[in-house]
Design a protein around this ligand. Structure first.
Ligand code: 5GP
Ligand code: ZN
Length: 132
């Protein structure tokens, strides 16, 4: 059972912003800011780590086009494009989706906190990633 698959199958109503053969974009029920939209593939895949490249590309194209349109029509000053991947990252619906969150001011309802963390040896980090 996946709530987004049920939305895609029209078993659960939603406010459809965009739809094509592969991708659906709907208004997020929570509307963190005015115009908050989520873009998802019609194919069920849990998250970006499990998605094939074609599915990600299809979502990225729609996310790119819609973000420009939404920012324009809402007269937002910018937007955050957000993908929560895995419970540890805050993903609550385990069907890949990208949030488009229009931003109206730095102190609107959408806040990300990057806490201070211990300094890292960037050479060592790079080696870990590139030499894997
Ligand atoms: P996540 O935390 O997984 O990145 O985001 C899931 C998002 O889906 C949340 O922002 C939540 O408000 C939205 N959501 C959950 N259930 C529904 C629903 O039934 N309809 C709509 N439109 N959005 C939903
Ligand atoms: Zn699903």
């Amino acid at each position: 059972m996946c709530i987004f698959c049920d939305i895609i199958d029209h078993k659960i109503p939603s406010k459809v912003v965009y739809e094509d053969d592969n991708v659906l974009a709907i208004l997020d029920i929570s509307q963190v800011t005015y115009g908050h939209t989520i873009v998802m593939p019609k194919k069920h895949v849990a998250n970006i780590l499990e998605a094939d490249t074609e599915t990600v590309k299809q979502c990225a194209e729609v996310t790119s086009n819609l973000s420009k349109k939404i920012v324009h029509v809402t007269k937002a000053a910018g937007c955050n494009i957000l993908n929560n991947c895995g419970e540890v990252a805050g993903q609550t619906v385990h069907h890949l989706h990208f949030h488009i969150i229009p931003r109206y001011s730095v102190d609107d309802a959408c806040q990300f906190i990057f806490n201070k963390s211990k300094p890292q040896d960037l050479e060592e980090v790079l080696k870990t990633i590139k030499e894997a």
